[in-house]
Design a protein around this ligand. Structure first.
Ligand code: GDP
Length: 454
């Protein structure tokens, strides 16, 4: 158990129906008793866990702050695993701040970023991947993201990692038995069976790693650039996808001179969308900067929507865009399908293509389906475990590489001790993923991005 009792406002800033002040730690209930006066005769310290009391939040001298409800949770049955009191007062900056001030004066210390969740982790209520999922739940950009984060919150990642770890430990133990008694013919213990046990673990990790990119498309969003020469309909498409007037649309070329960004949900995928300046040759200094930025955006984005006006023959500027898109994850969006076709479609034979009329909103379903297909989110099944951030991914990758090396070592006849060391490396990487053996700096890094009060 941690020693200090900490407190923070756990609801967002601003006006709202209620604000919640959360207090956690050994003295949480004692401290809350000094700041909460119940209407009935029972103090909070007289209540059992999972109880609520109605009354008022008060200052140290008994002066009323606001009408309040207090919830009492007793260790270990609380979010943090410690005694917790949550005092709800009316929403708005002053009432909650005054109540928190009273709680501090009564002896609580300010909670750090993510401290409640960190305590839940340190007290063994949740593993590190579950703690991380809390951040994803709070920041979920769409229903699919929420559903992935909820799976992680329920411990799905931790359970899958645990199973692989158990199998690895069993393999290491079997290897030890085999190397201690090499002449005894123990059934199921030979190099072939060790290799197959390791392959089984490796395959599970390979599957887990393969869903990461699709998961990130859902959870973090895909940085996407809309590019093309001037006047092909980039801003119209941007507005159509975001269902609002984010970019100015005129018949004059070069209206968008800098990058306009917005976030849109396309099916299960969230796009972090950038409308860029039209790519073309120009002597105008300002336009030139805009074009440079557009090219840079195209190169750094994970997905490119390259637009072409199909009602005109393709020219050198379109060809430049085609060349820039080579090797990128890209969809050629063939626009202005409401007008007679004048462009040569065969120029896009190496591209994924979708024909649309951005102006009339035609072809948008096909474009959405193509985006989902390309970003891979459609390939996620409900039963897939998805690693939710880079930290988890790099741990799983380290484990997979160590297993792969262990297999090679077995096959090439290296000493069994060396194989065991590699299996240990894999187990350590997985323990770091779940937080069982994560260093203090790793844990600090995880919680530093949390908000105060969570
Ligand atoms: P940008 O310079 O590439 O951003 O192009 P805009 O979105 O500003 O569009 C340039 C012009 O093309 C505007 O007059 C739009 O109304 C028009 N436009 C855009 N999409 C279409 C389309 O699908 N069909 C037709 N006929 N015109 C379009």
């Amino acid at each position: 158990m941690t020693e200090n009792t900490v407190a923070a406002i756990s609801t967002p800033k601003g006006e709202g129906a209620i604000s919640v002040i959360r207090i956690s730690g050994e003295d949480a209930i004692k401290i809350a008793d000094k700041c909460f006066m119940p209407l009935g005769s029972k103090k909070l310290s007289d209540l059992s866990g999972y109880s609520a009391a109605y009354g008022k939040a008060v200052k140290g001298d008994g002066a009323r702050i606001d009408e309040a409800v207090a919830l009492v949770f007793r260790a270990p049955k609380s979010y943090t695993g410690e005694d917790v009191v949550e005092i709800s007062v009316h929403g708005g900056a002053v009432s909650a701040r005054e109540c928190l001030k009273a709680v501090f004066e009564a002896g609580a210390l300010p909670a750090g970023a993510g401290e409640f969740t960190k305590r839940a982790f340190l007290n063994g209520k949740i593993d590190l991947s579950e703690a991380e999922s809390v951040m994803e739940i709070i920041g979920a950009k769409n229903e699919a993201a929420l559903s992935l984060a909820e799976c992680a919150r329920e411990g799905k990642i931790g359970r899958d990692i645990e199973k692989i770890t158990e199998r690895l430990l069993y393999t290491a133990a079997s290897l030890a038995a085999y190397s201690d008694f090499p002449d005894e013919d123990i059934e199921g213990l030979d190099e072939e069976s060790f290799t197959s046990m390791l392959s089984e673990c490796e395959n599970k990790l390979v599957r887990l790693l393969s869903t990461f990119e699709s998961g990130q498309a859902v959870l973090a969003g895909v940085p996407t650039a809309i590019v093309g020469k001037p006047n092909v309909g980039k801003s119209t498409l941007m507005n159509m996808l975001s269902r609002e007037e984010r970019s100015i649309v005129t018949e004059h070329a070069g209206t968008t001179r800098d990058i306009v960004e917005t976030q849109v949900n396309v099916g299960t995928v969230t796009l972090i969308l950038s409308d860029t300046a039209g790519i073309h040759d120009t002597d105008n200094e300002v336009e030139h900067i805009g074009v440079d930025r557009a090219v840079k955006k195209l190169k750094t984005s994970s997905l490119v929507l390259a637009l072409f006006d199909m009602s005109r023959p393709l020219d050198a500027e379109d060809k430049k865009v085609i060349d820039l898109c080579k090797g990128k994850k890209c969809i050629a969006v063939l626009n202005k399908s409401d007008l007679p076709l004048k462009a040569d479609v065969s120029a896009f034979r190496d591209f994924n293509t979708v024909t649309v009329s951005a102006k009339n909103s035609e072809g948008m379903d096909e474009l959405s389906a193509k985006i989902e297909e390309i970003c891979g989110a459609g390939s996620l099944t409900g039963s897939d475990t998805v690693l939710i951030n880079e930290r988890q991914y790099s741990c799983a990758l380290r484990a997979q590489k160590a297993i792969s090396e262990a297999k090679e070592a077995l096959i090439s006849g290296i000493t069994l001790d060396a194989v065991t060391v590699l299996i240990d490396d894999a187990v350590n990487a997985l323990s770091e993923l779940s937080g069982k053996r994560a260093s203090e700096s790793v844990i600090d890094e995880v919680f530093k991005n949390f908000c105060i009060g969570k």
